[in-house]
Every structure is written in structure tokens, then in C-alpha cells.
Design a protein around this ligand. Structure first.
Ligand code: 48H
Length: 275
């Protein structure tokens, strides 16, 4: 008679798994109802911004409508899985441990999936929380028109016919909101609907000008709202840069500086948060 082999895995039943998931999920969502910073969009600019902010001790949540983070960073250019980084943005690749080649002075090429995976890991390691499969539907506004949070819903809800899925969203609050939704500039477009902002749309490609301009124009567009990454191009009508991703990383880092300044100002003048 053959004896049963020793089990490999710990003794866990289905109910244990379901309970573990629901309690961890509830705890995470509860912990994210109020954050220092909410970042809409988990592409390269949003991930970079979140990483820097979390490294400075801020409580950061990324709200991402896809089931994966990384946005357009996974593919690089033309489905070739390679992404270009112009100096000095390769210093960020060094910092997060992404190998790259240097075909000519100041021009660096990395495997996009490797760079993307490392950036996601760096953001998670820094303590950034992630709510994926979650779409931003609207913004929370306070008197004085300060952006004070995001209205979110499960992504599948927006893809179902209205008569099947009339699910009300929920709101989460933050001291500062960041629009990192890429070409869509979703959060600024929501302000545009209220007549409080304008989204001009990206201009034609001109890499040399666009990357500098994106970083230079990164910053506050409305009280409580910072715009980073490709959303900066869309808002200000800047030229695009194609598969050159350095400006997305540097814009994320510059946006983090703008957020930290805003958090500092609010800490010095707490009445701003109540306004
Ligand atoms: C939740 C949302 C919502 C929403 C969108 O497109 P991304 O990669 O954006 P960036 O700015 O970090 O990077 C841009 C880069 O990938 C790129 O496209 C470049 C450099 N193009 C150059 C050119 O010439 O075109 O990521 C945005 C993220 C995505 O993951 C979206 O799913 C997410 O935002 N998102 N998340 N709620 N309403 N809208």
C-alpha cells in the first residue's frame, strides 16, 4: 500500500483565502480614504512622481484604470520594446538598476519592459499604494475651487451598458491631486468642463523642444492639482516626443517637488485645507 506523500503547501482552506483577501483589501481601502497625494494614472510619470513622494514620507495612492501599471512604458516605440532616454535621465535608470546601451553621446536605450518593471518595483518599495482596475470619473472640489480628491469607480462599470450597471462611485480625499493620465489629461479635462481650465491637445513631434518643455511646464495648473508627464503636453499644446521617455521620468520628479511645496504651504496654513 503506497503512503500519501507529505503535502508541500501549508494547510489553507478556501474560506481562509477569501477572508485574508477581503480583510487586507478593506484595510487598504480604508487606509486610502484620506491620502497626502492621489495620483491619477500609473504610467512612467505617475510612478516616478509617486516613488519620489513616498521616499519623502508622503502617503501616496496611485489610481490606475488598467489591471496593470506602467501605461505606455511597457512597449517603448513602435512595438519594439525599446525605449530611449536622453541624458541626464539615464541617471534615474542607474538609480533603479536598469541596464542600457549608449549608441551615441547622450542617447541611451533600455529594454522598456525591464525599465517599466524596475520603476513599478521602486515605487512599491518606497511604500506607494495602488488601486488598479479603478477609473477616475470625477473630482472632489472644495469651496474656493480647490481640487480635494477623486471620484472613483471599478473600471468594468464604465464598460457596461448603463441599464446593467448603474453603480454609484465613491470619493477619496487628498491634500494634493496629480494628473498623470497621459494624452487624455483626464483630470484637467474635468476642470475644463467646469470652465476652470483648458486642454489644448498635443502638437506635432519635435523631440528636442518637447522634452525640455514638458519638464519646464510641469507643475500646478489649479489649486490642489499638479499636472505631470504627457498630460502636460496635452494641457499646454506642446510638441510630442515619441518613444523618448526621459522627460516622463524627470517630469514625475519635478511634479513631486511641486507637490511637496504645496504640502508644505498647506502645513503652514492649515486654513487652506478647510477652504
Ligand atoms: C485612472 C487612468 C485614467 C482614469 C488614464 O499614458 P501614460 O504612460 O502617461 P505618462 O504621461 O506617464 O507617459 C506617457 C508615455 O507613456 C507616452 O505615451 C509618451 C512618452 N508618448 C509620446 C508621444 O509622442 O505620444 O500613462 C497614463 C496612465 C495609463 O496607465 C492609463 O491607464 C491611466 O493613466 N489613466 N487611470 N482613471 N480616468 N485615464
Amino acid at each position: 500500500m503506497s503512503s500519501q506523500p507529505e503535502p508541500v503547501f501549508s494547510k489553507v482552506a478556501e474560506r481562509d483565502i477569501t477572508r485574508a483577501l477581503t480583510s487586507e483589501f478593506a484595510a487598504q481601502l480604508d487606509g486610502c480614504i484620506e491620502s497626502d497625494v492621489l495620483i491619477a494614472g500609473g504610467g512612467p510619470s505617475g510612478l516616478m512622481c509617486a516613488k519620489v513622494l513616498a521616499e519623502h514620507g508622503a502617503k501616496v495612492l496611485i489610481v490606475e484604470r488598467n489591471n496593470y501599471l506602467g501605461g505606455g512604458f511597457w512597449l517603448g516605440g513602435y512595438l519594439m520594446n525599446k525605449a530611449v532616454f536622453r541624458a541626464p535621465s539615464n541617471e534615474i535608470l542607474d538609480e533603479i538598476g536598469v541596464p542600457y546601451t549608449t549608441p551615441s553621446v547622450g542617447l541611451h536605450v533600455a529594454d522598456a519592459p525591464h525599465a517599466c518593471a524596475r520603476l513599478i518595483a521602486a515605487a512599491c518599495d518606497a511604500g506607494v499604494k495602488i488601486q488598479n482596475m479603478t477609473s477616475v470619473e470625477d473630482i472632489v472640489m472644495r469651496e474656493g475651487h480647490r481640487v480635494a480628491g477623486l471620484v472613483i469607480n471599478w473600471t468594468p462599470v464604465e464598460t457596461l451598458p448603463r441599464q446593467l450597471a448603474c453603480v454609484d462611485p465613491i470619493a477619496i480625499e487628498a491634500k494634493v491631486v496629480v494628473d498623470a493620465t497621459g494624452h487624455d489629461a483626464t483630470i484637467v479635462k474635468l476642470l475644463e468642463k467646469q470652465g476652470l481650465a483648458e486642454v489644448k491637445g498635443c502638437g506635432p513631434m519635435w523631440v528636442e523642444r518637447s522634452e525640455d518643455l514638458v519638464v519646464q511646464r510641469t507643475g500646478t495648473v489649479h489649486p490642489g492639482l499638479v499636472v505631470i508627464g504627457m498630460a502636460v503636453s496635452a494641457v499646454h499644446g506642446l510638441p510630442r516626443m515619441g518613444p523618448s521617455f526621459g522627460s516622463m521620468l524627470l517630469s514625475g520628479a519635478r511634479g513631486a517637488e511641486a507637490v511637496l511645496d504645496m504640502l508644505q504651504t498647506q502645513a503652514n496654513e492649515p486654513a487652506l485645507l478647510r477652504a
